[in-house]
Design a protein around this ligand. Structure first.
Ligand SMILES: *[C@@H]1O[C@H](CO)[C@@H](O)[C@H](O)[C@H]1NC(C)=O
Ligand SMILES: *[C@@H]1O[C@H](CO)[C@@H](O)[C@H](O)[C@H]1NC(C)=O
Ligand SMILES: [Mn+2]
Length: 447
């Protein structure tokens, strides 16, 4: 008797659970556009966690304390005022799944999984952007996305947002470069899911870890679009994101352009608009975002006008493909990542090009929060910075060494090819760059 009751209870709750799950799947996937999602909807993970927005610092983390990604490529892409936001210090990391996700990927993977492979994000453009029209004869683009141990759903959202929000005639291909990821879901499972994009996506797998810088050069070598667009592997592009970038390049092919980088919060994965800013750096060569000079905003088109930017963040920008090669790609002897964005920025400005941020183009980026970078990466950073300092900073390299005296006698490899490149391109002096592009940096010198 008691046994029967238990049995009824058991089957009753089983049926209840199945119905709940079915309802959840139905409502969650009811509005999808993707053939991909319809074909293989994964069971959504515990929805009750999905909007957990809790509480309390992480004592038990010990040495693995989560910190803002100070030295990560993230800082280059995160928006001002957001990148060191303390909000994550209030997260209740005693949920082991949440903690594990942050340690492995730098963001809330519980929410990421519940969002799945695609979603809609709010249009964050200024209303004046809506009345802009772009030529139908824009150049085609190859989108290059390099990844290393990226979270599966975040990577797929990056790809599918590009596929759905880029006019097909402008999208030549998407090149994914797997820089020796270890995670098993990025192997056959990824191959399988990418097939639904019907040949638009090429996946290149590096045979050894190359680092982000060489991985980008590898991706570029596989591209066949007229413009190269580099994206991080945890982005979601916004409405009409590509057209304004391509348009600016057609006005002058020596223009390297970047969108405004909106913030996707690492805890809630909410998509939030960023203010208009320009890329800058200080004498330690750390990238940061700066307020836009008011005279740029006073122009007739105000907040839709391209913004001259002394530097670009590393991850997200577009460049005319022949110009990328004319300009000497990247310094292939730089390792992993870091400094290459400033090296490219100086090279563009000093050798006859310009860097613009295009306010009507918006791309969201997860501002990841990571455990402290390991010391082997600090070695690559130091080396990268030194290579840039010795090639581009002329007599101003002393300003760098005054802030980083420990680097004064470190080795940095052979830079003769890059010095040769600078001569060959007939580049201007760093003094010219300070006078013309970035006088605020000169003003912050110490003597
Ligand atoms: C954090 O979460 C755990 C389990 O999820 C819970 O037991 C604990 O009470 C929470 N801590 C606080 C301070 O809310
Ligand atoms: C540096 O590289 C150049 C060619 O790239 C070579 O000619 C030169 O000998 C190298 N210098 C040293 C010190 O190895
Ligand atoms: Mn990033």
């Amino acid at each position: 008797m008691q046994c029967n009751v238990l049995q009824y209870l058991f089957y009753g709750s089983l049926i209840f659970v199945i119905w709940t799950a079915l309802f959840f799947v139905y409502f969650h996937h009811g509005h999808v556009r993707s053939p991909l999602k319809k074909a293989h909807a994964e069971p959504p993970s515990a929805p009750s966690h999905a909007h957990q927005r809790v509480i309390y610092a992480a004592e038990e983390l010990g040495t693995a304390r989560l910190i803002a990604a100070e030295a990560e490529e993230e800082e280059q892409a995160a928006a001002p005022g957001k990148q060191f936001s303390p909000s994550n210090e209030n997260v209740n990391y005693s949920d082991p799944e949440l903690l594990d996700g942050f340690l492995k990927y730098g963001f809330n993977t519980i929410v990421s999984r519940s969002l799945g492979h695609e979603r809609e994000v709010p249009d964050t453009r200024d209303k004046r952007c809506l009345s802009k029209h772009y030529s139908l004869h824009l150049p085609t683009a190859s989108i290059i996305i390099c990844f290393h141990n990226e979270e599966f759903n975040a990577l797929l959202r990056t790809v599918s947002s590009v596929v759905y929000l880029t006019p097909p005639h402008l999208l030549e291909d998407i090149i994914l470069v797997d820089d020796m990821s270890k995670f098993v879901d990025l192997k056959e499972k990824l191959d399988y899911y990418l097939e639904s994009f019907r040949g638009k996506v090429k996946l290149v797998r590096n045979k050894k870890r190359e680092g982000l810088i060489r991985a980008k050069m590898i991706g570029a070598a596989y591209a066949s679009g007229e413009v190269l667009v580099f994206l991080d592997s945890h982005c979601e592009v916004n409405v009409a994101w590509l057209e304004p970038l391509l348009h600016a390049i057609t006005e002058d092919y020596k223009t390297v352009v970047a969108p405004v980088i909106d913030v996707i919060d690492s805890l809630s994965l909410e998509y939030q608009p960023s203010p208009l800013v320009r890329g800058a750096f200080d004498w330690t060569l750390r990238f940061r975002w700066d307020n836009v000079l008011s005279y740029e905003m006073d122009l007739p088109e105000g907040p839709t006008n391209p913004i001259r930017s002394p530097a670009i963040s590393g991850g997200i920008f577009a460049i005319y493909r022949p110009y990328f090669y004319e300009l000497g790609e990247y310094d292939k002897d730089m390792d992993i990542w870091g400094g290459e964005n400033l090296e490219l920025s100086l090279r563009v400005w000093m050798c006859g090009g310009q860097l613009l941020i295009i306010p009507c183009s918006r791309v969201g980026h997860i501002s990841r929060k990571h455990a402290k970078p390991d010391s082997s990466h600090e070695d690559s950073l130091a080396r990268n910075y030194l290579r840039l300092v010795h090639v581009w900073l002329d007599e101003y390299k002393e300003q760098f060494f005054l802030r980083s005296p420990a680097l004064r006698h470190r080795t940095y490899g052979n830079i003769s090819e890059r010095i040769q490149l600078r001569k060959q391109l007939g580049c201007k002096s760093f003094q010219w760059y300070l006078d013309t592009v970035f006088p605020e940096l000169e003003a912050s010198m110490v003597s």
